[in-house]
Ligand binder design. Structure first.
Ligand code: ATP
Ligand code: MG
Length: 255
């Protein structure tokens, strides 16, 4: 590990924790697109994925979230600070940590975060799975969020079951008094755009706006290019109206 190069101003670190209703909902996509957009505005954006599992994928095309986000936003940064815990096994964090014989210590994550906060003006931190994923016998992802003291975004879907998953996630965050900036509804699947499917999305958006008690942004559109060329797909997605709305909100929060 190298040492911090820029002294901290003494202000609490600014940034945002990107969590979600589940694994695979688009946390990395949202982190990446928001990071690109904020960078375009001249903000010194850093990124972290403190806990990552499944890093030893046999597929040479496979890139971990931490590596992808580093390559996209901060290519010269050390992965040691971006992802203090990288587990090779494709298991849930606690099982992966037990398998590796390396318990997850939140103090190590906080230490890396503090170093990153000296280097970047705004930190985007991607969670792992959902908010109640256990990290140790006593702590789950919410404990990590509380340690980092960042407000969060909750990424969710608009498909069947999403209202329930999103409201349960918000209730779990409330127990820890964690500040939620917004729910971000993301389209991870190509919509066949039938009237019924549009109805499902519209109904999810409306119900979440009525019931969640926080701003609801979206739906962030499905972007096919993400599956051919991830970075190019994100560059295209920056112009999505929902992404623009989200970025405006984060810019205000970053000031
Ligand atoms: N708006 C979108 N348009 C098209 N594909 C998307 C979109 N959002 C996410 N995806 C795709 O869905 C998959 C899951 O997205 P992503 O990796 O961002 O989820 P995640 O919540 O970060 O998952 P994990 O829990 O593994 O970290 C990826 O293949 C991604 O490219
Ligand atoms: Mg991810």
């Amino acid at each position: 590990m190298t040492h911090p190069t820029v002294p901290n101003s003494g202000q609490p670190p600014k940034g945002c924790f990107i969590t979600g209703t589940d694994t695979g909902v688009g946390k990395t996509v949202v982190t990446g697109v928001v990071g690109l957009a904020l960078k375009d505005f001249g903000l010194r954006v850093g990124v972290m994925k403190p806990i990552e599992t499944g890093t030893a994928c046999d597929n040479p095309q496979h890139t971990s979230d931490g590596e992808r986000l580093r390559d996209l936003l901060i290519p010269h940064e050390s992965l040691d600070f971006i992802s203090p815990y990288r587990f090779e096994s494709s298991l849930a964090p606690l099982a992966a940590a037990q398998w590796a014989g390396t318990p997850i210590d939140l103090a190590r994550i906080t230490a890396a975060f503090q170093v990153m906060a000296t280097r970047y003006a705004y930190l985007l931190v991607e969670g792992v799975g959902g908010v109640m994923v256990p990290l140790s016998d006593k702590q789950d992802v919410r404990a990590m969020m509380a340690q980092l003291k960042l407000p969060c975004l909750v990424v969710g879907r608009a498909t069947l079951g999403s209202v329930n998953h999103t409201l349960l996630t918000l209730a779990a965050l409330k127990e820890y008094r964690l500040k939620v900036l917004a729910v971000v509804v993301n389209e991870t699947q190509k919509s066949r755009a039938s009237e019924k499917e549009r109805g499902q999305t519209d109904s999810t958006m409306q119900l979440l706006r009525e019931l969640s008690g926080v701003p609801v942004i979206g739906p962030v559109r499905y972007e096919e290019e993400l599956h051919n060329n991830w970075a190019r797909g994100l560059t295209t997605l920056v112009s999505d109206p929902s992404v623009k709305e989200l970025v405006m909100m984060l810019r205000k929060d970053a000031q």
